[in-house]
Design a binder for this molecule. Sequence first.
Ligand SMILES: [Zn+2]
Length: 156
Amino acid sequence: MEIFISDIPDEGLHLEGEFPAAIFDLPPDDLIRPMGPVRYSADIYAFDEVIVLNGWLRGPFQLQCATCLEFFDFDADFPDWSSEVDLEPGQKIINLRDIIREDFLLGLPPNPRCDDYDAGRVCPKAHFVADPDEVDEIDPPESDGPNVWGVLDDLK
Ligand SMILES: [Zn+2]
């Protein structure tokens, strides 16, 4: 969707609409699966060397959990979206579709874990991955603590 920069008035250009999931054009085995049209609301301002966009972006995705590798639903919602596009000398148009596509892909969480985004879910592989916060709290056994060995003996 091309916008002529000369068409952007000083007070800004307001656009709302949606783009089909097909704009993402990702390979079938990608970690990101767009699941439907993405919607946008944009106020677009033109300056001498930069185009500034403010608004919001929303769209349904499935992301692959970095821990269990299962795909889970993720509703992208960027309520305070803003973007700046540097203009090349002589550039006359910007492509809103490409800008929004890129900002969705940049805004999605990297290495997500499924149960961080689905309150009712427990990642099936969570117990295989040590939580760094918990590891820090486990003190190494005292090397000269006879009680430790006594406890181990009791377990045999
Ligand atoms: Zn998971």
